[in-house]
Design a protein around this ligand. Structure first.
Ligand code: 3PG
Length: 208
């Protein structure tokens, strides 16, 4: 877990990727790396997710690749078998968290309420995804969580873009921001690697 947290806190941006063709995954990973982003969360929102993770793990070893939108222990199994180094979940699932703990797989469960946060903390988890960030109350909401959960660092995702990135990153309880703003499914489908690299570079400048 420590290694993943360090990578997130260095990069401060975690692209959330929905990819339809696994064959595009290595080129996408290289485009992100060229833009200074060395982390990618490949979501299980498409059937290509596991193969995309496997191709990145094998062909672009400099990329820290993880799995996102993980909702079941079976998906954790598939992700890890493919080479995922971390797991991000949209919800707080005790079953997924316990399974990850058993396999020593770093996991970031999605929490949107103090009750879910408390339940995750009770399992020993102190690095949580905050989802859906903008819709659930945005940076102001996370700021309010700092005084009650001082031990927690969040990775907000959902509705984050170049416009509001700074608001979140300026909070001391934010580890990194996740989102698809630099690699939308449309841009990936169009193989628009140059724009993805450009948006990553801009976001990285903004994040420093
Ligand atoms: C996620 O799963 O983390 C979010 O859906 C990403 O949200 P975004 O597409 O609004 O960036």
């Amino acid at each position: 877990m420590r290694r993943i947290i360090e990578a997130f806190s260095r990069c401060r941006i975690v692209p959330v990727v929905a990819i339809e063709r696994a064959a595009d995954a290595p080129a996408l990973a290289r485009a992100l790396l060229a833009g200074g982003v060395g982390v990618a969360e490949i979501t299980f929102r498409t059937a290509a997710a596991a193969e995309a993770i496997a191709r990145i793990a094998k062909e672009v070893p400099d990329m820290l690749v993880g799995a996102g939108t993980v909702r079941s222990t079976e998906q954790v199994r598939q992700a890890v078998a493919a080479g995922a180094q971390f797991v991000v979940a949209p919800a707080f699932s005790p079953a997924v968290c316990a399974f990850c703990a058993q396999g020593e797989v770093p996991v970031f469960p999605g929490c949107a309420t103090p009750t879910e946060m408390e339940a995750a903390i009770a399992l020993g988890l102190t690095h949580l995804k905050f989802f859906p960030a903008e819709q659930a109350g945005g940076a102001a909401y996370l700021k309010a969580m700092a005084s009650v959960f001082p031990e927690v660092k969040f990775m907000p995702t959902g509705g984050i873009s170049a416009k509001n990135l700074r608001e979140y990153l300026d909070l001391p309880n934010v580890l990194a921001c996740g989102g698809s703003w630099m690699c939308s499914p449309q841009r990936i489908a169009a193989q628009d690697w140059a724009t993805i690299t450009k948006l990553c570079k801009e976001s990285i400048c903004n994040a420093r």
